[in-house]
Design a protein around this ligand. Structure first.
Ligand SMILES: [Zn+2]
Ligand SMILES: [Zn+2]
Length: 349
């Protein structure tokens, strides 16, 4: 299997970001990302204008962040040809994305930020919807703002990466609960805007430069085919389907790259010599061995079953023999901060 690393959930100046699409993509290539997914609010303009292609070593894909008329229920829609109307209920656009062959993820579902009045929280409320592919379980921008206080604001502005510690517990709980019924894929988002904020009253600071955020929360995908760097319409279309397919199947994991390059992390189930990957649902049988590999020997590896910690080990790898059905996933910590979140392997459900 091949592994590719990407950043998801990015705003350009086609909505409320400050960077132009080409510059954003070039920065991503410089930083070493294999793909990025642009998600401007309610517009696919970057796609319509032909920006969906390779830039150096980076494949730029154009999705869209849709909201409803109350500006709630932000939905990251990928592999779609239209932006869908915001004058309808979230359940409707979630369904339309699916029916048109696209995939979609609930953005920052439990957002609670209140430190900046001009950036209110936009939580997900339409939980009756069942047609979404997954959830953005970790959003850099939301966490950064939620932990911002009058006392720590200078530190926060100066160290935008250091302040990211953990996805919201509430989101993880909901994610585990939903996976009891069907596969709900987790992805990570940066929600990059490169906002310019007037910090001390007399000078403007770019709060989240794209370059800095590209070193934060990344989504790694595992694929059977390699991404092509040819940059022809045909090969770019193939790249796009390879990336979206991995996200749809849950063959991916999320990592805060500030704590180290997570490349090489694996979580698989081995049954009689056969390997099953993240995102798969397999029957319960007698000899299922869950195997975790990490790229760092100081990894605090935690195995979670149905939302509960069942096994913990420090090291580069861990093995666990399964005898109960359930939703299994892995969290890896470093220096008391969350580093890697796998997608689940669902067993016997
Ligand atoms: Zn949003
Ligand atoms: Zn956003």
């Amino acid at each position: 299997m091949f592994e590719f690393v990407g950043a998801i959930h990015i705003h350009s100046n086609y909505s409320d970001g400050t960077g132009d699409v080409r510059t954003i993509a070039e920065i991503a290539s410089e930083v070493g990302l294999d793909f990025i997914i642009l998600t401007d609010h309610n517009t696919l303009r970057a796609k319509d204008e032909g920006f969906e292609r390779m830039y150096g070593n980076t494949m730029l894909l154009v999705g869209v962040e849709i909201n409803d008329k109350e500006n709630l229920n932000h939905y990251l829609a990928f592999n779609v040809e239209e932006a869908f109307s915001t004058r309808q209920l979230a359940v409707e656009y979630v369904k339309q994305v699916k029916n048109s062959g696209g995939i979609g993820f609930l953005a920052h579902p439990h957002e609670k930020r209140n430190s900046m009045p001009e950036h209110p929280p936009f939580p997900w409320t339409a939980w009756e919807s069942e047609d979404f592919t997954g959830i953005e379980i970790w959003n850099h921008m939301s966490e950064w703002m939620e932990t911002l206080t009058e006392e720590n604001k200078y530190n926060h502005f100066i160290h935008p990466l250091k302040t990211i510690k953990n996805p919201p517990q509430e989101t993880l709980e909901k994610w585990d609960e939903l996976n009891q019924k069907r596969l709900v894929v987790g992805i990570g988002g940066i929600d990059a805007h490169a906002h310019k904020v007037n910090l001390l009253g007399f000078f403007e600071v770019e709060v989240f430069p794209y370059k800095v955020l590209f070193k934060s929360i990344r989504t790694h995908i595992l694929t059977e085919k390699k991404l092509s760097k040819q940059n022809t319409t045909n090969s770019n279309e193939k790249n796009k389907q390879i990336i979206y397919n991995a996200l749809e199947k849950g063959r991916c994991f999320i990592a805060n790259s500030y704590y180290g390059d997570a490349k090489g992390f694996r979580f698989v189930a081995e049954v009689e010599g056969k390997i099953f990957n993240m995102g798969e649902t397999i029957p319960l049988s007698e000899k299922i061995l869950l195997k975790v590999e990490s790229s760092d020997e100081n990894s605090e590896i935690k195995l979670i079953r149905n939302g509960k910690l069942i096994f913990e080990e420090v090291g580069k790898e861990a093995k666990f023999l399964v005898n109960l059905s359930g939703v299994y996933r892995v969290e890896v910590y470093k220096e008391n901060s969350a580093w890697i979140f796998s997608n689940p392997i669902r067993i016997g459900i």
